[in-house]
Every structure is written in C-alpha cells, then in structure tokens.
Design a protein around this ligand. Structure first.
Ligand SMILES: C[S@@+](CC[C@H](N)C(=O)[O-])C[C@H]1O[C@@H](n2cnc3c(N)ncnc32)[C@H](O)[C@@H]1O
Ligand code: SF4
Ligand code: SF4
Length: 376
C-alpha cells in the first residue's frame, strides 16, 4: 500500500464537497445577511407603536412651526413681526467675529424723514415692534439717534430695542438714553478685561465702555421716568458666563448694579456670516457654527417675516444676517422711496423667498446661515 498517496486520495474524495461548499458560500452569506436585515427590520417594526404615539406631537409641532407661513400666504399676517431700521452702517469697532470689516456698502445714514415714513407705514399695517440693530454698524454712531428714537416713540410702538457696543453712550448721556423711548437695551460686550477687549473688539475703547456700562446701570436704578424697562448684558465671549462673572472688573463695575431688570448672559458660539468669518478669526474657547448645523430648513426662518430698512433706504427681508461676499443681496426687495413696506412684504420676490424654504431650496444666504431659526 502506498501510504504517501492516502492524504491526496482523501483530498480527492472531499473535493466535490469543497466545490459545492464554495458555490454555496455566497448564498449562505447572503442568507445570513438577509436574516440579520430581517431581524433589524422586525426590531424597527417593534418600535412603531412607540413612534406612532409620538406622531401627534410631531404633527402639532409642524403645524405650530408652519403657522406663520400659512398666515403669511393667506394674508392673515398683516404686518412683518418686526421692522428693523438701520440708522447707520458705520461702526467704531472691528470685532473678530463680525463681518463688518467685509461690508462693501458705502457708509450712509438713514434720514429722519425715511425713519418716520417707514414707522408710519409700519404702524398703519398694525406693526408693533421696532429693532434698531444695524445689520452691520453701531446705532449710536448716528448723532441723531435719540431724535429718531423720539420720533418712533411718537408713533406708539410697544417695543423699541437696539443692540449696542456701549462705547458711545457717554456722548448722549445715560439718563437721556434711558428716557429716549427705547424699551430694551442690549449691550454686546467682551468679558470685562482690557486685554481681552483689545483682542476681541480690536480697539482701545475698553475703559470708556466699562465706565459707560457702570454709569448706565447706576442711572437705570435712579431714573424714575425711564422708558427702558430691561437691559441685557451679553458677553461675546471665549469663556462661560461664570468665568465672565468672576473677572475683577465685572465684580467692581457690574455686579453691584444687577437687579431683576438687568439680565446677564454669555455667548461662545458664533455664526460665520455665510462663511466670511473663519475659525482662525476667533479665540480659543469660541466656536463657529456653520449653516449645515441647522438641518433641512424646510420650515421658513422666522426672520424672513421681518423687514429692515437699510441705511441707504433699501428694504430687505431679515434684520439679522447678510452675505457680504455675495454679488447681490438676495434678501433685498426694493427701495423705500419707490415702494411701500406693504408692497415689499407682499411682493412676488418676498413670497418666493419664503417659499424657497418649503421647496427645500433656501436662498444661498439662508443656506449658509447658522442663525436660522423657525421661531418668529
Ligand atoms: C451686528 S451687531 C450691530 C449692533 C452693535 N454694533 C453691537 O455690536 O451690538 C448686532 C449683534 O450681532 C452680534 N454678532 C456679530 N457677529 C456675530 C456672529 N458672528 N455671531 C453671532 N452674533 C454676532 C453682535 O455681538 C451684536 O450683538
Ligand atoms: S459686532 Fe457690532 S460692534 Fe462689533 S464690529 Fe460688528 S457691528 Fe461693530
Ligand atoms: S436663515 Fe439667516 S439669513 Fe435667512 S432669514 Fe434666517 S436669519 Fe436671515
């Protein structure tokens, strides 16, 4: 017997099984994959009763979110929720997180006549809320800011607010600002430290700003006939609120004057102004959000239902964001000298811009915007 041939003949005998096994292996693997897919699907099916229970909640939320859009297209929304008036598009700071330095527009001031015209039209439509924050600029660069605010007060609005970097309040006087007709004042500040101020606001106005904030808070306590009901101090910060509140200048200049009508907050997350601001522009501790972080944006942004009159008289939707690199501002509708606010609000262009969200094709500026919010 040739023993050396035994293994080979055994292999020969097993060969057909190897061949069949080899042929069947893919089928087996496929079957196993199919089975595990089936198992996964059954698992998901088991979650359905729970999911179905959540549906009324989802539908309710969708109905709530879509309400302004339905009201807008059916004409039930008779006026923009807010009218923003950009008194000036000039600023005396150059914040590292802000697109101001990239704004190509000529520096202009909105005339008192246009302010009054816009205010009257807005009141006639039933508008109640005015915002004075420039899209890019500082309200109190306008020497006539208080005259214009007084004219707005005459029209009888419920709410008139502005954001300000607080660096020019001394030019008007704290008490005068508090009595001006403004109802809310929002101070955008760096954490109260001189070196940080220089890094973030990129100028040397720190001591002036710090003193202005203290003087404003002291006057807020003592001015009986003030129109400003609330002040918010909003740190544009590289650190959380508690760390801002632990800084020596905060403890000395702000903390003693806090009361129920003075709110304090800190923001460490920033919008990129359509990609204009880059992560490298910011300090460690500050985060940049991109437009993609907000999901599908199928529900129109609440700010698309606001109108703004820019310093040159143009009317645009959204009082909040702009793409300074765009050839043309997609949100601009027309000019206050050529069309009324109502015409702008109801225009084909404005309607198409609102509808673009629902169609899943928001304007570029909105697509790139991290400040998108369905809340009106
Ligand atoms: C454009 S500023 C105009 C008003 C004024 N100059 C001021 O700074 O308060 C309006 C608000 O936008 C904020 N802001 C500027 N750039 C921002 C960004 N990248 N992300 C979030 N908020 C920003 C400012 O801090 C301010 O509170
Ligand atoms: S955030 Fe305000 S203060 Fe700072 S540069 Fe922009 S407009 Fe000026
Ligand atoms: S998504 Fe941004 S740019 Fe568009 S309307 Fe809203 S805030 Fe304005």
């Amino acid at each position: 017997m040739d023993i050396s041939l035994a293994p080979r003949s055994r292999a020969k005998r097993l060969a057909p099984f190897w061949v069949v096994g080899y042929q069947l292996a893919p089928w087996g693997i496929e079957k196993m994959q199919w089975l595990s897919r089936l198992k996964r699907r059954l698992g998901r099916l088991r979650q359905w009763p729970g999911r179905l229970k959540q549906w009324p909640g989802h539908l309710k939320k969708l109905a709530r979110d879509m309400r302004p859009t339905v009201d807008y297209f059916t004409g039930r929304m008779t006026a923009p929720g807010w009218l923003y008036l950009e008194f000036v598009n000039t600023c005396n700071a150059d914040c590292i997180f802000c697109a101001y330095r990239y704004d190509p527009r000529p520096k202009l001031t909105l005339s008192l006549q246009r302010v009054v015209e816009a205010a009257k039209q807005f009141r006639a439509l039933g508008g109640r809320n005015i915002g004075l924050s420039p899209v890019l600029g500082e309200t109190f660069v306008d020497r006539d800011a208080l005259t214009k605010i007084a004219a707005l007060k005459e029209e009888g609005f419920d709410w008139i607010h502005t954001y300000t970097n607080a660096s020019l309040l001394h030019k008007f006087g704290a008490k005068e600002v508090l009595r001006s007709g403004l109802t809310n004042l929002r101070l955008s500040l760096p954490p109260l430290d001189e070196a940080l101020y220089r890094k973030i606001y990129q100028n040397n106005n720190y001591r002036r700003v710090r003193d202005n904030v203290r003087d404003l808070l002291i006057a807020f306590d003592s001015t009986e006939d003030k129109t400003v009901k609330d002040i918010s101090i909003e740190f544009r910060s590289d650190r959380p609120l508690e760390a801002c509140q632990a800084l020596p200048d905060y403890l000395e200049y702000v903390a003693p004057h806090i009361n129920d009508h003075v709110q304090v907050g800190a923001m460490t997350v920033f919008d990129s102004w359509s990609g204009t601001i880059k992560p490298d522009d910011l300090l460690p501790g500050m985060t940049l959000l991109s437009g993609d972080s907000k999901g599908s944006k199928r529900v129109p942004c609440g700010r698309i239902f606001t109108l703004q009159v820019l310093s040159d008289g143009h009317i645009r939707q959204c009082g909040c964001r702009v793409d300074t690199t765009a050839e043309k501002d997609e949100l601009t509708i027309g000019h206050i000298d050529e069309m009324s606010l109502e015409e702008a609000f109801r225009s084909k262009r404005a309607r198409a811009n609102v509808a673009s969200f629902v169609a899943g094709k928001p304007l570029d500026v909105c697509k790139k915007c991290a400040w998108y919010s369905p809340e009106v």
